[in-house]
Design a protein around this ligand. Structure first.
Ligand code: AG3
Length: 283
């Protein structure tokens, strides 16, 4: 029997992948978690039916949520991930030699547990790395307790439905601002410019109310809605293009499959429809 899974992206469009078997399906107090084997994209994690990661294209997302901020900040020593229980973002952070501590604050312990068990290529640094600290806690509550503490905060959330709603609000961004040091940077995944223009408009206006530097950048992620995906780069001091040290990124001491020093700059160059939605004046 053939099994196909569809995530609907709008009422009338979606992505369909052939699934060979289900490895885990269960409910936590927060959401439904499924990990399945797909024919085309390897193992895939779904939360409440939405594609979170696949083994085949996760490198794009995890390179791009991590490296632009960590190569813009001249000395990222303490880095916090909010969400990101699969471990992919932590795996990329600890590749940076300046990082002394990488803290993961994930609300759902089941996501961490099942990622360690079934997605080892993502979760490989969640156990046994002395630089990595795990907290199963609500990210909003956690950062309220930590002011002036982090060089970089990466918000690796799901869509703004269910447990992640609060992670798109101005009040949360104010708390992140306070949790960052005086030259801190926050990056948050910011949905699809193609399908989520309204969410982005609101999100970026919330961000601009809090941070002086707010820039969107893009990456192509095949299994996410429309494939056109984006991130919000928010900073107190360093600009991701003007203050970018190209040679430090070019001489990175690890390999990347998506990120590179040219793409870092290119990713911030936005198509006209995206600029218009965010009301960005052309240079
Ligand atoms: N976080 C972003 C997932 C958003 C995808 N949305 C969707 N499929 N509708 C992924 C977590 C990876 N660490």
């Amino acid at each position: 029997m053939e099994m196909w899974y569809t995530e609907k992206h709008t009422e009338h469009a979606g992505i369909t992948l052939r699934v060979s078997r289900t490895l885990f399906s269960g409910k936590s107090p927060y959401q439904k978690l499924e990990i399945v084997e797909t024919e085309e994209f390897g193992r895939m994690m779904l939360l409440d039916g939405l594609v979170m990661v696949t083994e085949r294209d996760e490198f794009v997302y995890h390179d791009m949520i991590t490296h632009p901020a960590l190569f813009t900040h001249p000395n990222p020593r303490r880095v916090l991930v909010i969400g990101g229980g699969d471990g992919g973002t932590i795996r990329e952070i600890v590749k940076h030699p300046q990082v002394e501590q990488a803290v993961l604050c994930e609300i759902d312990g089941l996501v961490i547990e099942k990622s360690i068990e079934l997605l080892p290529s993502l979760a490989c640094e969640l156990q046994g790395n002395p630089k990595v600290k795990l907290h199963v806690d609500d990210g909003i509550a956690y950062i309220k307790k930590h002011t002036d503490s982090f060089d970089v905060i990466l918000v690796d959330s799901t869509d703004p439905i269910g447990p992640a709603v609060g992670l798109f609000e101005e009040e949360f961004y104010r708390t992140v601002f306070a949790a960052l040091k005086s030259d801190g940077i926050m990056v948050a995944q910011s949905e699809s410019p193609f399908f989520h223009a309204d969410i982005q408009k609101k999100m970026f206006s919330n961000l601009r109310a809090v941070f002086s530097i707010v820039e969107m950048y893009q990456a192509s992620i095949p299994t996410y809605p429309s494939g056109a995906w984006s991130f919000a780069f928010c900073s107190k001091k360093y600009h991701p293009v003007e203050d970018f040290d190209r040679s430090r990124a070019a001489e990175r001491p690890f390999e990347t499959r998506y990120y590179n020093e040219d793409l870092h700059l290119g990713a911030f160059m936005l198509p006209t429809y995206v600029r218009q939605n965010l009301a960005i004046e052309s240079a």
